[in-house]
Write a new protein. Structure first.
Length: 148
């Protein structure tokens, strides 16, 4: 169990294929502010990325082990997804969902697009976010949200 990082206000798992179809999950961590989230990013990051412009981020992290001469995933944990509470909205949620889904599909070999995160994926994520924001606003405006 990871320690609670400064400013962390929530933590939960998201299973990109559904909890009952695959054990693979993302660990979502939400922080009070963008500053707290960025400090957490630099603490958790294994790539030593210096880009600080993001408001949320998907951080794929795979642990592998050698099984009968082949490298295999050692854990169903796909990595971290960090959000700053001040940026939690339908647009950011949709954008990061694209990265969560594409990273997962690449890992299991089911994405037939590019095998690396590229500008195309980023464009898809932004447009999905913009559509998601407008759908969310329309559903709220016309009171269409289903009660759960
Ligand atoms: Zn993105």
């Amino acid at each position: 169990m990871d320690v609670v990082l400064p400013g962390e206000i929530a933590r939960f798992k998201v299973w990109p294929a559904g909890k009952h179809r695959s054990p693979c999950y993302w660990m979502v961590r939400v922080f009070k502010t963008r500053g707290h989230m960025r400090r957490a990013f630099h603490k958790l990051d294994i790539s030593h990325d210096k880009d600080d412009r993001f408001a949320a981020i998907v951080m794929p992290q795979e642990r592998q082990k050698l099984v009968r001469g082949r490298w295999r995933s050692a854990s169903p944990n796909l990595g971290y997804v960090l959000f700053a509470r001040t940026y939690v909205c339908a647009e950011v949620l949709c954008h990061e969902s694209v990265h969560m889904a594409t990273n997962y599909l690449r890992r299991i070999g089911k994405l037939r697009l590019h095998q690396k995160h590229d500008k195309g994926e980023e464009t898809l994520a932004y447009h999905t976010g913009w559509c998601g924001r407008q759908l969310n606003n329309g559903f709220h405006k016309f009171k269409c949200w289903r009660e759960i």
